[in-house]
Design a protein around this ligand. Structure first.
Ligand code: PEP
Length: 246
């Protein structure tokens, strides 16, 4: 199984977002062996997209969640609220939130714990500095909950082509080896956690990553709101899953 997770960031609102997912669903209508496609819009679009996606196999996710489920937290959205609205996934620890809102590993670990308790699948992002953030963000996570975790390697310089563009495949594979070693150490043995790459993935380079057995999927930002890119990326995942079929 390959994952294609679309992080819409702040690029799409409700109406444009609904039109985009309708176009995406049309492009793959009738295909039975799709990858796990997850759309993560801004909070305001979640309700409408839940209706559009309800009879499809495309899943809904959020771009963040608070570490409390309810209470006096003006402006925050708790994980159970997301679950209630139809989300199955939540992205946590994204480098943009770490940089813009000063999210620390400790804050991310509280969010991870709360999201897991709400039965969401956590898409945990780590940047170029792997070991500290991974250990810190997973503090307190129990082995029994590891099945709901995905880890994304997103080197900051590769995000939205700030600088050098997408990361070389070799470096991604080296980073994955480090992530696997840390996970093995943290959870006292090998664990089955999907590892994804994120950073300037688009319709042209997606297959380079997705065809690798070691790469379970991609987290896509800017290109995920462009219909031709996202359909090509899903097509690349399909091709990687069925090399002889397409
Ligand atoms: C992201 O923000 O998660 C991301 C991968 O962005 P982009 O694809 O735009 O580099």
């Amino acid at each position: 199984m390959k994952y294609v997770i679309a992080n819409w960031k702040m690029y799409q609102g409700t109406r444009g977002g609904a039109a985009l997912v309708r176009a995406m669903l049309r492009a793959y209508r009738g295909k039975t062996d799709l990858p796990e496609v997850v759309v993560c819009p801004g909070f305001l679009a979640i309700g409408e997209l839940q209706k559009v996606l309800s009879r499809s196999r495309v899943k809904l996710g959020a771009q963040d969640a608070f570490w409390e489920d309810d209470g006096a937290h003006t402006g925050s959205v708790g994980p159970s609220m997301l679950k209630d609205a139809g989300c199955e996934y939540v992205i946590l620890g994204h480098s943009e939130r770490r940089a813009e809102f000063g999210e620390t590993n400790e804050m991310v670990s509280k969010k991870v714990g709360a999201a897991l308790r709400a039965s969401l699948r956590v898409v945990l992002c780590v940047g170029a500095d792997i070991e500290g953030p991974l250990r810190g963000s997973l503090e307190g996570v129990l082995r029994k909950d590891v099945g709901r975790l995905l880890v994304v390697y997103e080197p900051e310089g590769a995000i939205s082509s700030q600088g050098r563009g997408a990361e070389d495949l070799e470096k991604v594979l080296e980073a994955f080896a480090k992530i696997r070693a840390v996970l093995k150490d943290l959870f006292n043995g090998a664990v089955s956690v999907p590892l994804l790459y994120g950073g300037s993935v688009d319709g042209e380079n997606a297959y380079t990553y997705l065809r690798e057995d070691a790469i379970d999927g991609v987290l896509v930002g800017s290109a995920s709101v462009k219909i031709h890119h996202i359909t090509d990326i899903i097509g690349a995942a399909l091709r990687a899953m069925n090399p002889r079929g397409l």
